[in-house]
Design a binder for this molecule. Structure first.
Ligand code: MEV
Length: 323
């Protein structure tokens, strides 16, 4: 049997950091993520390949479960894969290639996309195909087990796709959206420490409660306005709200020189809006490029690792290539 699967990554369009303080946020699943190729074997060997991190390992199934050794160096990604494998029982081994087509540890939800795509493919091979609700639930449990805490955003985006509005009660609402969302994503290749950045924002809030409280309120208005703009398909407003959000994120100290450079380059070459995405302090920017995307992409790509993408409406998918 041969199975292919795909699960999208995600970006936060609006509301990072303010979401931690009970303000709304908007996230979008992107059509870049993790591709899986899974082929059954006739022996009891399990071969795992993760080309992006040059990882390759062979282990054995004993009593239908995988006996494995964790690789400390590649822990981030391989932990998720092994956790998913041992949700199931397998009569025979398999070859599993996990092809990660985006940046790791850059706020794009790579661990969720790995977990969700593996879960879909392996559930089919094990004869226990999981539906999306089960995948979202189980994938979140794995993220909590490995990371200690996890919001449902990344695993939900990878599973269901689309654009979601995370409201003040932290409920996820799908946004009805009927236009293309051409994005350019650039990575400054420095990694921000999410925990430390969230804590630094909290300390600023304690020190300047009025000022930072009002910045959070402004971020809330940005997210609400952006939700309407997305529903109406108003590209001018979407871009303006991204630029406003970037200024507000800068004011709470999570922007950096490199992120600013990418943000302004994108605008200079025609992006309607551009901002950092995720925790900041490094990582990625997103640029909304309904016009001139090739030029914006190539200019940024000359200086920073960059890719183009659009929203992924479908979420996780799988195909049986050979029975
Ligand atoms: C990190 O991707 C987004 C933050 O808002 C933190 C969080 O929501 O957990 C900075």
């Amino acid at each position: 049997m041969k199975i292919e699967a795909f699960a999208p990554g995600k970006v936060i369009l609006f509301g990072e950091h303010s979401v931690v303080h009970k303000k709304p946020a908007i996230a979008v699943a992107i059509n870049r993520g993790v591709n899986i190729e899974l082929t059954s074997r006739t022996d009891n060997t399990v071969q795992i390949n993760v080309p992006l991190i040059n990882y390759s390992s062979q282990s054995k199934l004993v009593n239908k479960k995988l006996i494995y050794e964790l690789d400390d160096q590649n822990k981030m990604i391989t932990d998720y894969i092994y956790e998913v494998i041992n949700l199931f029982e397998f009569e025979k081994g398999f070859n599993l290639t996990v092809d990660i087509k985006m940046y790791l540890g850059a706020g794009l939800g790579s661990s969720a996309a790995v977990t969700v795509s593996c879960m879909k493919a392996l559930s089919i091979l094990a004869g226990k195909e999981m539906d999306k609700n089960t995948i979202a639930h189980e994938a979140r449990n794995i993220e909590i087990k490995i990371q200690g805490a996890a919001s449902p955003i990344d695993t939900s985006m990878s599973t269901y796709g689309g654009i979601i509005y995370i409201n003040e009660e932290f409920e996820l609402e799908r946004i009805n959206f009927d236009m293309d969302l051409p994005l350019v994503i650039s990575n400054c290749e420095l990694t921000g420490n999410t925990g430390k950045l969230v804590e630094s924002v909290r300390q600023k809030y304690v020190k300047y409660p009025q000022v930072v409280g009002n910045i959070f309120n402004a971020m809330q208005e940005v997210a609400k306005g952006a939700k309407n703009a997305l529903e109406e398909g108003n590209s001018e407003l979407i871009g303006d709200y991204m630029n406003l959000n970037q200024g507000l994120l800068d004011s709470i100290g999570v922007n950096t020189q490199e992120l600013s450079d990418m943000v302004y380059m994108a605008r200079k070459f025609g992006a309607k809006g551009s901002k950092l995405t995720g925790s900041g302090g490094g990582g990625c920017i997103i640029a909304y490029c309904p016009d001139n995307i090739e030029e914006i992409y190539s200019q940024l790509n000359n200086k920073y690792p960059t890719f183009k993408c659009e929203q992924s409406d479908e979420g996780v998918t799988a195909r049986i290539i050979e029975k």
